[in-house]
Design a protein around this ligand. Sequence first.
Ligand code: AMP
Length: 120
Amino acid sequence: MNFEYDDQNIFARILRGEIPNKTVFENDHALAFHDIEPQAPVHVLIVPKGPYMSFDHFADAASADEQVGFMQAVAEVCRITGVTDGFRAIANTRTHGVQDVPHFHLHILGGTQLGRMLPK
Ligand code: AMP
């Protein structure tokens, strides 16, 4: 993985309004939208607005305001999508985590029984 932020990645383009998205929630620091290929009845991606490549990069480099704003977006998405019976939050990261888009995003998956986290 390239360790320089690529500002042409698809989520950067969505954040700039160059590509449409189905927005679920937005605040000053995060945008949440429906995944284009949903893998569960609820499948929402939450992305920070800043140029962070991965969860650990965001945790390391984002300001306190950005981190709080992101977490508030997580709470709002859970409320809006009504995943009261539970959900899974996934942050695929770099090569071992099979991350396709190099802009940090949290998947929120729910609306059904999801099975075990990883195949045994
Ligand atoms: P990851 O493997 O964690 O990087 O997953 C990237 C996710 O982004 C996949 O679930 C894709 O279906 C999703 N995705 C790719 N392009 C778009 C798009 N234009 N709008 C919404 N979701 C997208």
